[in-house]
Design a protein around this ligand. Structure first.
Ligand SMILES: *Cc1c(COP(=O)(O)O)cnc(C)c1O
Length: 443
């Protein structure tokens, strides 16, 4: 971007200055509309999500066999929702804010197979692709028992095909593990910020890992290029994929069912706030879409990003979406939150979802580590840094009277609110890595 263009941007969008200064900010989205109005801009609907849910059900018998750790949930990849009362008390003291209502944690960090939110979208897209291939080849019909796929015959069949993906770590882990299990050849293009243990884990599964010295956008570009030269290679496009998005969106209906079991009410007088860590946007975007379908206007979705990688906030706030990167305004995109180290947001997700999101905020790396340490101390739950960015949400919302007034969220309603912090990763972090994370926390 030219300096004149940046000057113009600063004049028109004053918060860009705070982003450049790496300040923690909270921006409430003025184009937030009702669910009914916003839905038509998504380009997907409840039927698409039902279709994804049905596909995952068809694959459940396969997953049970191929990944015995999914037996407990009958082959459905789902995580627990847990209360974190001790952490809630600590957060009130830490931020000096009265957080009323109840804080819950959605433990996608402990999803089976790959221990992060990517076990939703990433695995779903590989399954959808595999299904398409076997249906086309006439080797399987939708009414068959999909556990048949767990066999040498099908592994042989899939070995004719390959899959490529670019990732900061967790998407590569998810797609690599499921693809290799099915029998695909898979290459994972990892950005510079990807952790060494994630690459090693992939290699131990016999997966080709291509290391890049640049950031996520470049890793994705290399994956895309590799797939273009080979008609049997399928590229999983984290920046634009509707299929990934739908894999994530299934979470909405699942949370609704979990809440019903837990007797948690969400309605006009019992608002639900959900705090979602955002990288390129597919994960939080898809989950938010599913939550909106499940809870309508009673759910308030808020995206959280590192101060060094606020790509979605920047794209939506300026209306430039994927036409601007954080590097364009001089931000380095270097953060301990490797899952969120993305400089340019998905244009698809920003445009599809901007009307359905209440707001965005940024948080600095040290605060993520502090929250990581506090959650470990108070609840014995261990997450990776990316997964902590949502933990600042309840205090940010509870202290923002402008926002609460604007949304007619009275003190009474806030006393009955549910705050759901989406913990997106960390279940597979090796002990020595976790020890290093904990050592950085100042608590
Ligand atoms: C990928 C990831 C996210 C964000 O998902 P996007 O689709 O990139 O926005 C959040 N947390 C963790 C741990 C992740 O790996």
């Amino acid at each position: 971007m030219k300096s004149t263009e940046i000057q113009q941007l600063l004049n028109e969008y004053p918060l860009v200055k705070s982003l450049i200064k790496l300040e923690e900010i909270f921006w409430f989205n003025p184009c937030n509309t009702t669910f009914k109005e916003g839905l038509s801009f998504v380009g997907l609907d409840a039927d698409d999500v039902r279709d994804a849910e049905a596909r995952l059900k068809r694959f459940a018998s396969y997953l049970c066999k191929a990944f015995p750790e999914t037996k407990a949930t009958n082959g459905i990849i789902e995580s627990e929702v847990v209360a974190i009362p001790a952490m809630q008390k600590t957060l009130k003291q830490y931020y000096g804010v009265d957080i009323t209502g109840k804080i819950l944690l959605k433990k996608d960090s402990h999803l089976p197979i790959s221990g992060s939110i990517k076990a939703r979208g990433g695995i779903y897209e590989v399954l959808a692709h595999a299904e398409k291939l076997v249906l086309q080849a006439g080797l399987l019909s939708e009414n068959d028992d999909y556990s048949k796929l767990f066999s040498e015959k099908f592994r042989q069949f899939f070995s004719q095909y390959s899959i490529a993906v670019g990732s900061t770590g967790n998407l590569g882990l998810s797609i690599g593990i499921i693809s290799a299990k099915l029998g695909f050849n898979v290459s994972v293009h990892m950005s510079a910020d990807a952790r060494e243990w994630k690459k090693q884990k992939l290699r131990s599964h016999g997966i080709k890992v291509v290391e890049h010295q640049q950031d996520y956008g470049i890793a994705v570009a290399h994956g895309r290029k590799e797939a273009e030269s080979d008609p049997n290679c399928f590229f999983i496009d984290d920046e634009n994929s509707r299929t990934l998005f739908l894999g994530y969106s299934v979470a909405g209906g699942r949370v609704k069912a979990q809440f019903e079991q837990m007797n948690i009410v969400v309605d006009e007088d019992h608002p639900l706030f959900v705090y979602l860590p955002c990288g390129v946007g597919g994960g939080p975007g898809g989950v938010a879409f599913g939550l909106k379908l499940a809870f309508g206007d009673h759910v308030h979705c808020i995206f959280a990003e590192p101060t060094h990688s606020p790509c979605m906030l920047l794209g939506v706030y300026t209306g430039l979406h994927d036409k601007i990167s954080v590097q364009d305004i001089g931000i380095d995109n270097v953060t301990a939150a490797d899952g969120l180290a993305v400089g340019r947001a998905s244009g698809f997700v920003g445009r599809a979802m901007e009307r359905l999101l209440d707001g965005f905020y940024t948080i600095n790396d040290q605060e993520m580590y502090n929250l990581l340490g506090l959650l470990n101390r108070d609840e014995g739950i261990q997450l990776e840094p990316s997964a902590l960015v949502g933990m600042a949400g309840p205090a940010r919302v509870s202290s923002n009277l402008d926002y609460l007034n604007n949304k007619h969220l009275s003190v009474e309603k806030m006393k009955q609110a549910t705050h759901l912090v989406w913990a997106t990763g960390g279940g597979m972090v090796p002990d020595d890595e976790m020890t290093k994370y904990l050592a950085i926390a100042k608590i």
